[in-house]
Write a new protein. Structure first.
Length: 194
């Protein structure tokens, strides 16, 4: 006959079970060694491909607003940002694999707004296999450090209404909606014959 568990066993059993479950079901990203660093010229081709992936998603959601990836020249855009002293391009990588990119740039606000200078998180993209692993958060943390190093107190970004997962992500890490950009698509002017 097996031994009868003691009362202490029953009190501690939920803890043992909890730790056993955690050990078995640890997500793979706990094993990753993701690091963030400034981008280098040799990164540009891979980074442009990653931005193309993001543009393809956006184009699929709103082709009236976004061009097809083939029409977008991300390589030149990234080259310009690398050379801009008021911008930074950050790369996240896991043991040499490209995991994501963040692009920040200093902007001037209209005189009616306070503060009048801020940093815009112009682009944030995470490779598909690295999504929901903490890579986006690490890239945003790098953007925050870059912003603070320039003695600025505000990091802004734009996100499209259809991108629900991005909105949830940004809200979860402390961003809040402060304005709304709206558009109205106008029908083309048609010449009439007299």
């Amino acid at each position: 006959m097996p031994p009868i568990p003691t009362p202490e066993f029953w009190l501690l059993a939920p803890l043992h079970l909890l730790f056993a479950i955690r050990e078995v079901s640890l997500p793979s990203f706990y094993l990753m060694k993701v690091s963030v660093r400034p981008a280098r010229p040799e990164d540009l081709v891979a980074l442009a491909r990653l931005l193309d992936e993001i543009v393809a998603f956006h184009h699929g959601e709103d082709p009236t607003q976004f061009r097809e990836p083939a029409a977008v020249e991300h390589y030149h855009y990234l080259e310009e940002r690398l050379q801009d002293p008021d911008a930074a391009v950050f790369v996240a990588e896991d043991q040499g694999d490209l995991a994501g990119i963040a692009i920040t740039v200093i902007r001037e606000a209209p005189p009616l707004l306070n503060p009048n200078r801020f940093v815009l998180l112009e682009n944030l993209a995470v490779a598909t296999k690295f999504r929901r692993t903490g890579v986006g958060r690490k890239l945003v943390d790098a953007a925050i450090l870059w912003t603070r190093a320039r003695d600025m107190q505000e990091l802004d970004l734009n996100v499209y209404e259809f991108n629900h997962s991005a909105i949830r992500f940004y809200e979860a890490i402390g961003f809040r909606t402060v304005s709304r950009r709206m558009k109205r698509t106008l029908a083309p002017l048609v010449e009439t014959k007299r």
